[in-house]
Design a protein around this ligand. Structure first.
Ligand code: ATP
Ligand code: MG
Length: 881
């Protein structure tokens, strides 16, 4: 029997026994921030078991996607090495919410295995909790299991609890005795032995107590049933295989890994482990990414990253040097896509995310290997040869090196690894990760809200339609977390009404603001929240009077803000569709926030969205607003919505009915927010910002309606201000800016040269260079970095200093030379400056002239300046005769 048929057999069997068939919840738990991943079939029903949530059925059956890689259930180290553990697996389960109990649970389980699945009753053994005589008797009476095959086990194995307090109870396991050949052969071998002879197939949990703070077990009035059976384990039994990995649910991945690496399965134990690890991890990675987890350095994303790197490392052991994981992912769609259509729908994204991460690790893998061999060289000769824990951790942390990889390589060089030190560092990092995690989880919901909801009943939201003002009755008042009957004070109070037009912040849409006015009071609503699905809370500041429970009042939403928020919300739906249009189908919303003034929208994409693309996106959205399409909202079941093709967000929790907001031909999304009636109401749409916020996640911000106009005006004002500050018209601004920039660059270069010349000795004191020839004092020198003005100033200074004589100063600028000459009045008749320049300038390839007391010249051969300076002496002597 194929895996898919076994799954169907199970669900159909329980459907026939009055169970509602329920779709698997996502791997990321929807309302439990304490749990990284869904790790059992009961997780999505936790609130139902606790009585906090009601469903319209009392019996359910599901196949639930599970991950066991972190926390209490961590099977990572077992993967590939035992025949029965995966990181990702499917858990089949049947549940009773205060309906049937032990007797039926045992009867159903036994009938399914021995009749529907046709397994041999004689192959099973069962275990019960040591004190659970009831279950012990039932197995015998209802199922006919002989006494010697019923084992009583202790609390560790057969008592289950949800937490330190709350629902708990004994459990009972059904195991297959695979025969002595499978086992350790020890005398004490039994159902609680880990050797593998007894394969645990199914665990039936009898939730019958409520454990209180003191640890007392109080019987639950309506006990419940929770069961879990690994589909892959059941398949291995029904397909007569010795391992989960050899069933049709997992083996195709082993084969694909073998094909890509060219290493046949069965060629040796170690490469078989690697092939199985890869097979397991491909399934896990595909489902995680498909359910919205992206690789990162903390929380769930870090778990995903570790799994991917383990897979890459095992690939390397098989000789795979290039990314390969993403090549196998699509096979998950082929093998499991019928049962879980989401993997098929998200496959493009999965492949991209996985490939990107593989590329990234591919680079660090080689860098890490280089670093490691350098480290090994350093410690090899030491006694003892030990690789410090911090370094091992750094390899792990920076290059993603698992401890065992580092150990393998170190051993080859005869070096030991400081495992303790590594673990210490690891612990520290875990503490850091935990700290980061608790900060990012959902908030705990204060009990007071639950109490009010229980007393006053669900609040009805009336604000989807045009009606933004209505009368309502005050049903609850909360002051600093405590319920009160009356409020007169200053400060803030939370008001709960029986019905309200105020939208409570949820689904990325900000809550409404407005006013409550009643007989004898007026309050301003500063924020509206929605701490529970049916509870809307108005955070208010009292303006006058007093509020009492039972008062009637008029609740009025601030129209302008709500209108603006609606425009932005519908705009994000159009944007979502336009992004898929322009960038591709892999685009998926990963978050959004909608306010009156603006919106932001986060989505998966791997490159910067360039200006052309941004314009194209704006164009698509504006085209749809100009078409003035009708925005339709309808309520339907989640299944119907998904069937119709609505885009759903994975991390959002949906009730029995969902709202579907659709813009025909453009977009269809599950959404509880408020929207415009026609797209034309949005007015103009404009993107104001695009940027990255995490690896593979981009954010777009924008505005709509009158805000676009405001922005245009602000931009205009900015331009005028800019143009005014450089004294040109807006149109001349580009030319002016270009000029200014050029001038600035020139100046900067000069400053640089000057700084250089100062560093070389500064505007040297040239006194020491004053010479005398033929009875005439003269100074001939180069002043680096000086321009014409600088040279002239300096020459004037030295003329005054020298008293009687000739001053010639020169400088160069690029391929130009420049010189100035000053002659004191007493000798300018004999040595006219103009004449000196005429005789000297040709040496630097130039010419010039001037008056008897001052002259200047330029030249094109700055390299011959030194020669010119040396020639001054002979020119003066020449002119003296
Ligand atoms: P084991 O002792 O074999 O690890 P468990 O006691 O952790 O199992 P439960 O928590 O009772 O298992 O989960 C219910 C069922 O889910 C198990 O009976 C088994 O069939 C299946 N299961 C549990 N862990 C895994 C896993 N890592 N991979 C595949 N199936 C599993
Ligand atoms: Mg386990």
């Amino acid at each position: 029997m194929k895996g898919s048929q076994i799954r169907e057999l199970f669900l159909k069997y329980f459907e026939d026994q009055g169970h509602r068939r329920v779709r698997s919840a996502p791997l990321v738990p929807q309302s439990d921030p304490t749990l990284f991943f869904t790790n059992a079939g009961m997780v999505p029903f936790k609130d139902v078991f606790l009585g906090r949530e009601k469903r319209d059925f009392k019996r359910a059956a599901s196949t639930q996607k599970c991950m066991r890689v972190s926390g209490k259930h961590n099977d990572l180290e077992n993967v590939g090495r035992t025949a029965r553990h995966h990181t990702f697996f499917e858990m089949l389960g049947n549940f009773s919410f205060g309906d049937y109990f032990k007797k039926e649970a045992i009867a159903f389980g036994w009938e399914f295995l021995t009749v529907s699945a046709g397994l041999d009753a004689g192959d099973f053994v069962v275990t019960v909790f040591q004190d659970d005589d009831e279950a012990y008797d039932l197995w015998q009476k209802v199922a006919g299991v002989p006494l010697e095959k019923i084992f009583r086990l202790g609390e560790k194995d057969n008592f289950w609890s949800m937490g330190d307090t709350g629902p708990c109870g004994p459990c009972s396991e059904i195991l297959i005795d695979q025969g002595e050949a499978f086992g350790c052969g020890l005398d004490e071998c039994g159902p609680d032995c880990d050797c593998g002879r007894f394969l645990e197939l199914w665990n039936l949990v009898f939730m019958q107590y409520d454990r209180d703070g003191e640890g007392t077990l109080n019987p639950l009035p309506r006990p419940s049933i929770d069961t879990g059976m690994g589909l892959e384990r059941l398949a291995s039994v029904l397909q007569n295989q010795d391992s989960n990995y050899h069933t049709d649910l997992v083996f195709p991945f082993v084969q694909e890994a073998s094909r890509i690496s060219g290493i046949p399965y069965g060629s040796n134990d170690e490469s078989d482990v690697s092939l199985r690890v890869i097979a397991d991890h491909v399934r896990a990675v595909t489902f995680l990414v498909s359910d919205g987890v992206g690789p990162s350095n903390e929380g769930r994303g870090y778990v995903l990253r570790r799994i991917m790197r383990r897979a890459a490392r095992h690939g390397k052991l098989l000789g795979l040097d290039k990314p390969f994981l993403h090549l196998i992912c699509p096979l998950v769609g082929d093998v499991l896509g019928d049962a879980f259509p989401e993997v098929r729908e998200n496959m493009k994204k999965v492949v991209k995310v996985v490939q990107l991460e593989e590329d990234r690790f591919g680079r660090t893998l080689d860098q890490g290997l280089a670093r490691l061999s350098q480290l090994l060289d350093e410690v090899k000769e030491a006694v003892p040869a030990l690789l410090p824990g911090e370094e091992v951790f750094r390899l792990y942390d920076t290059y993603g090196f698992p401890l065992d990889l580092t150990q393998d390589i170190a051993t080859e060089s005869g070096v030991d690894v400081d495992v303790e030190g590594f673990n210490r560092e690891m612990e520290r990092q875990k503490d850091r990760a935990r700290a980061a995690w608790t900060g990012s989880g959902a908030r705990d919901i204060p009990q007071v809200y639950r109490d009010i909801l229980a007393q006053a009943g669900p609040v009805i939201f009336t604000g989807y339609e045009e009606e933004l003002t209505r009368d309502a009755v005050v049903r609850g008042l909360v002051e600093e977390g405590k319920p009160v009957d009356r409020w007169t004070g200053e400060g803030e109070v939370e008001v709960i009404l029986d019905r309200t037009p105020f939208y409570g912040e949820s689904g990325g849409q900000v809550g409404d603001k407005g006013a409550l006015t009643g007989n004898g009071f007026a309050a301003q609503v500063i924020e509206t929240t929605k701490p529970l699905p049916d509870l809307i809370v108005h955070r208010c500041r009292l303006i006058e009077g007093a509020v009492n429970l039972g008062d009637t009042c008029t609740a009025e939403v601030m129209h302008s803000e709500r209108e603006a928020t609606r425009r932005n919300h519908t705009a994000t739906h159009l944007l979502h569709a336009a992004l898929r249009d322009v960038l591709g189908d892999h685009v998926q919303q990963s978050g959004s926030f909608v306010e009156p003034d603006r919106f932001r929208f986060d989505f998966n994409h791997f490159e910067v969205v360039n200006t052309d693309q941004l314009e194209a996106i704006e164009d698509v959205v504006n085209r749809h607003t100009l078409e003035n399409l009708e925005v339709e909202t309808r309520e339907m079941s989640p299944e119907e919505a998904v069937e119709k093709g609505a885009t759903a967000l994975f991390d959002e929790k949906y009730g029995d009915t969902v709202r579907v907001v659709s813009i025909p031909g453009v977009s269809m999304e599950l959404c509880g927010g408020t929207h415009v009636r026609r797209t034309g109401d949005i007015g103009l749409f404009r993107i104001t910002h695009e940027g990255g916020i995490a690896a593979g996640v981009r954010r777009i911000e924008g505005v709509t309606g009158t805000k676009v106009l405001e922005r245009l005006r602000a931009d205009d004002a900015l331009l005028s201000q800019l143009a005014g500050s450089v004294k040109v018209s807006v149109h001349e601004l580009p030319t002016r800016m270009k000029k200014l920039l050029e001038t600035l660059q020139e100046q900067e270069k000069k400053v640089r040269d000057l700084m250089q010349s100062m560093a070389d000795g500064g505007p040297a004191d040239l006194d020491g260079q004053i010479r005398e020839t033929a009875g005439v004092r003269y100074l001939a020198a180069e002043l680096p970095g000086q321009d014409a003005t600088g040279l002239r100033d300096a020459a004037d200074r030295y003329r005054d200093k020298i008293g009687s004589g000739v001053v010639l100063l020169a400088s160069r600028d690029g391929d130009k030379a420049f010189l100035v000459v000053r002659v004191t009045k007493d000798i300018m008749g004999r040595f006219p400056a103009g004449e000196l320049v005429r005789r000297l300038a040709p040496i630097v390839g130039g010419g010039g002239g001037g008056r008897p007391d001052m002259a200047q010249a330029g030249g094109k051969k700055p390299e011959t300046l030194p020669e010119l300076l040396e020639t001054v002496d002979s020119v003066i002597r020449d002119m003296a005769t």
